[in-house]
Design a protein around this ligand. Structure first.
Ligand SMILES: [Zn+2]
Length: 293
């Protein structure tokens, strides 16, 4: 089905009450596990990439891998740039063929975040790609940015309305609602009332960051309240490492590399399929792509 922009599919997902999984790819094998997991589940999928990962592999290789995989499946695949504060990286992703990007100005003062997000919005609109923008502070570590879980700042409702006012076609909006990146140390306190208030007033799908470690009940409530994009990064990273090491533990004498790569692929793909089921997006490929009869 090839590349799609995530904005329209997130709108359809939000209207229908399911969530689309956005996994952070690490390398070719990981990207394959994400796209082929989605294909097995007949589900829409977002492959997202951190700036660090792009700096390691390069813009063109990643865009080429994911486009190639997308063209080989029947499910809609979006390629998204995760948390980025660098406008130059955003421009290079657009040039390389990303279908959407995230500008994360959440550490800036509100007015500056809004101003810079709007400038990037004009850029993405003219390039025909989607934009994700964030306000508040999501806890945990994202690339080199660390926000302590207890000092994560919830998005302010009035600021949310003000923030998106001049960006009506934003692909997805990421207000901080109490979730955190990484592994939760305590019980995450999700601000459901705030989330519901925002989605009642804003006609833009919401992104749920920090999906690793949330319970099925928490996913259900967030998705029902309008979270159409659900980010999973930490769990995928752990499977990437454990899947590989698991093969070594089972077969300490093995010297062939392919079984390691296959073990890693299987471990990552299983989680992709499990999360798609958890978010209710299995069987929704045609619905999300807008091609369902
Ligand atoms: Zn995030």
């Amino acid at each position: 089905m090839a590349f799609v922009s995530m904005g329209p599919m997130l709108k359809r997902a939000q209207a229908d009450g399911y969530g689309i999984a956005a996994f952070n790819m690490i390398d070719y094998n990981s990207a394959r596990s994400i796209v082929e997991g989605a294909a097995d589940m007949n589900a829409p999928i977002i492959v997202q990439v951190s700036v660090k990962t792009i700096r390691h592999w390069g813009f063109k290789p990643i865009a080429t891998w994911v486009r190639m995989m997308a063209e080989d499946t029947d499910v809609p695949v979006a390629l998204h740039l995760d948390h980025c504060t660098d406008e130059d990286v955003i421009k290079r992703c657009i040039d390389a063929g990303w279908t959407s990007v995230m500008f994360d100005g959440s550490s800036l003062p509100f007015a500056e975040n809004r101003e810079r997000s709007e400038a990037i919005y004009r850029l993405t609109e003219s390039a025909g790609v989607g934009l994700e923008a964030e306000i508040g502070a999501i806890g945990g570590v994202e690339d080199d940015k660390f926000v302590a879980e207890d000092s994560a700042i919830l998005a302010d409702y009035d600021e949310c309305l003000e923030f998106v006012k001049n960006m009506p076609n934003l692909a997805v909006f990421a207000p901080a609602i109490g979730t955190a990146h990484g592994v939760y140390k305590g019980q995450p306190k999700i601000a459901y009332a705030l989330l519901e208030k925002i989605t009642a007033a804003v006609a833009i799908p919401i992104a749920l960051h920090g999906g690793t470690g949330l319970s099925q009940e928490q996913f259900d409530r967030c998705i029902a309240a309008g979270c159409a994009k659900v980010n999973i990064s930490t769990m995928h990273k752990l499977r990437f490492i454990k899947g590989f090491i698991g093969v070594r533990q089972e077969k300490p004498k093995l010297e062939e590399p392919l079984p390691f790569i296959i073990g890693q692929y299987d471990a990552m793909k299983k989680d992709v399929c499990d999360m798609i089921t958890a978010f209710g997006s299995q069987g929704k490929a045609a619905h999300a792509a807008g091609t369902a009869g």
